[in-house]
Design a protein around this ligand. Structure first.
Ligand code: IPE
Ligand code: IPE
Ligand code: MG
Length: 251
């Protein structure tokens, strides 16, 4: 377990969800093209995966490409797709070695057949991983996620498999992306903006939110640890009073 010097061991979150933001500004501030920032951003993603494997965080979700990112210049979208394909080809061996199981969240149908094929292959190749579930959110939007869940339930009602009256929050959540892992307990957004940008809007309902000015390419193990320390400082009350939580915690 990770230990902060002179203090008690850290409680590791069970699911960290990260908005990896700031690649472009990081590059610009160095007089480099945005592409340079995205390349360095891929390195930072690798470091975050390593931190989770080493620290015993069992679930990591990385927001790599939002449903709104298609509106960027075509050249940048193409570059991101190329980097993505390259990462899939180059990283799978290491992911398998470290026990990482890779999966995707998002509407994958909009990607090229080559990319969809590479994604399916990487998912199959890493299926036996037990140390870390790594979810990459691509062409993902929180609103899309809620709509696709509503559609799935509506279909079941239409075929008579489901009674609409039995739809509750639990059943609804079971149709969303990432429903088979605990909801994120820690959300991190790098890059200084304080917004969700249509990430996991349902799943973040009770997540601890950590926003940092660190640009994504600079987000290293120390920065990750700093966010985990901030997570350890908060009391999670889930609607209860602090006294109630302390009574249970101290029992
Ligand atoms: C995040 O960095 C990566 C993606 C959205 C793909 P940005 O590309 O958004 O970088 P900034 O926010 O322009 O600095
Ligand atoms: C959020 O970053 C999406 C990803 C990190 C993939 P953006 O850079 O797209 O967010 P906005 O546009 O600043 O809200
Ligand atoms: Mg951005």
């Amino acid at each position: 377990m990770t230990q902060v010097a002179g203090s008690s061991p850290l409680t590791m979150p069970q699911h960290v969800a990260i908005v990896m933001d700031g690649n472009g500004r990081w590059a610009k501030s160095r007089g480099k093209p945005r592409a340079f920032g995205h390349r360095r951003g891929a390195r930072a993603a690798r470091a975050a995966v390593e931190y989770c494997v080493r620290g015993g965080i069992p679930n990591l979700t990385l927001f790599a490409f939002s449903s709104e990112n298609w509106s960027r210049p075509e050249e940048e979208v193409n570059l991101l797709m190329t980097l993505f394909l390259r990462a899939l080809r180059n990283e799978v061996k290491d992911l398998v070695k470290h026990g990482v199981r890779l999966r995707f969240a998002g509407d994958l149908s909009r990607f090229s057949p080559a990319l969809q094929q590479a994604m399916a292959q990487a998912v199959a190749d890493t299926a036996a991983g037990t140390k870390l579930n790594l979810h990459i959110a691509v062409n993902y939007g929180g609103r899309w996620d809620i709509v696709q869940a509503a559609k799935a339930l509506a279909n079941q009602v239409q075929t008579g498999e489901l009674d609409a009256a039995s739809i509750d929050t639990e059943l609804f959540a079971s149709q969303l992306s990432l429903s088979d892992v605990p909801e994120p307990d820690l959300f991190i957004r790098t890059g200084g903006e304080v917004r969700i940008s249509n990430f996991l809007i349902w799943q973040l309902a009770y997540t601890e939110l950590v926003f940092t000015d660190v640009m994504w390419p600079d987000f290293d193990a120390d920065a990750f640890e700093h966010a985990v320390i901030r997570f350890n400082r908060v009391q999670r009350r889930f609607g209860q009073t602090g006294e109630q939580v302390e009574a249970v915690g101290g029992a």
